[in-house]
Ligand binder design. Structure first.
Ligand code: UDP
Ligand code: MN
Length: 330
């Protein structure tokens, strides 16, 4: 009996010993084995993403609250609006010019783009471009009278360009803005090159502010000459005896001054080179001009002109039956 019990107990110990050894060996084999962690890492990356989302939501809310300002501080006065007037007309490079200009203007705070097409109707090209631009804008049109319009092959200086378009913008401002509106009006042709710094120079114009213009009048720059903070003359080679020998891109006019002088406008009949003078003579004297851009020593706008593209190969493609593809937006 006791012998039998002893045997059984021995078996139980043996079994226990074997199971323990097997368990130990299994545990040792698992050490250093790669484990299937994808589920685990997916769960933790979900956690990180949702935390990122929360952070960016809170950052957005913080920005909105900061923009609203501290209610205990007085609100910052709004910047005077820069009404940028651009005459424009249909030609191959128009969309390229307006794209470049609109993307410059996007960087300027408190700006209103007044685009005036030289055409009897507003074109869909300009309408669409303006809609997509992200800018505050007004879209107008008026066609230059036929006798004053440049004809194919005419040299560009033969007739003034963009005159009635700029005048229509002045009319729109007079009809849609009043004495309480702060602002400045700048005539920005669609093909020039503008530094962003220029817009901050003109922002607080009292009457008419002026600065140099690069690559114009056959010289590297033209500029007002300044002595003791006052304009005393002009550095220009071409027709220096003009009343205001300045390019359109070289001055800005305060909105209140334009509203106070309802007859001031550009004259279609102005002599060559005197278009700027035809407006400015009705507004200021030379002594009243406000020099900007470090006393007119910095060029911040260039009278660049875009070469007319030669479409020499279009006819050859047409002859081959490869007329331009109407599904391509140019
Ligand atoms: N312009 C216009 N109609 C025309 C020719 C020009 O509205 O028939 C516009 C043009 O888009 C530009 C401005 O008038 O914004 C001045 O024209 P351009 O750049 O040809 O003149 P320039 O550089 O020779 O002074
Ligand atoms: Mn030009």
């Amino acid at each position: 009996m006791t012998m039998k019990m002893k045997l059984k107990l021995k078996n139980v110990f043996m079994l226990y010993f074997l199971v323990s050894v097997c368990g130990l060996m299994y545990a040792l084999m698992q050490l250093g084995q790669p484990c299937d962690c994808t589920l685990h890492s997916r769960q933790s990356s979900d956690l990180v993403h949702s935390r990122d989302r929360t952070i960016s939501r809170l950052q957005g809310e913080l920005k909105r609250l900061q923009a609203r300002g501290n209610p205990e501080e007085p609100p910052k006065p709004a910047l005077p609006t820069i009404y940028t007037v651009t005459p424009t007309y249909t030609r191959l490079v128009q969309k390229a010019e307006l794209t470049r200009l609109s993307q410059t203007l996007l960087h300027v705070p408190s700006l209103h783009w007044v685009v005036v097409e030289d055409s009897p109707v507003k074109t869909s090209l300009v309408s669409e471009l303006l809609k997509r631009s992200g800018l505050r804008y007004t879209h107008l049109c008026t066609q230059t009278p036929k006798d004053f319009k440049l004809q194919e092959g005419d040299p560009n200086w033969l007739k003034p360009r963009g005159v009635e378009q700029r005048n229509l913008a002045l009319q729109w401002l007079r009809e849609n803005r009043g004495p309480s509106d702060e602002g400045v009006v700048y005539f920005a042709d669609d093909d020039n090159t503008y530094s962003l710094r220029l817009f901050e120079e003109m922002r607080f114009t009292k009457r008419v502010s002026v600065w140099p213009v690069g690559l114009v009048g056959g010289v590297r720059f033209e500029r007002p000459l300044v002595e003791r903070g006052q304009v005393t003359g002009f550095y220009t080679a071409w027709k220096p005896n003009r009343p205001f020998p300045m390019d359109m891109a070289g001055f800005a006019v305060s909105l209140p001054l334009l509203l106070a002088n309802p007859a001031a406008r550009f004259h279609l009949s102005a002599q060559r080179g005197n278009l700027e003078s035809s407006l400015l003579q009705a507004l200021v004297s030379i002594e009243e001009l406000e020099p900007r851009a470090s006393n007119c020593t910095k060029v911040l706008v260039w009278h660049t002109r875009t070469e007319k593209p030669k479409m020499k190969q279009e006819d050859a493609l047409l002859l081959k039956g490869l007329g331009s593809d109407p599904s391509v937006e140019v």
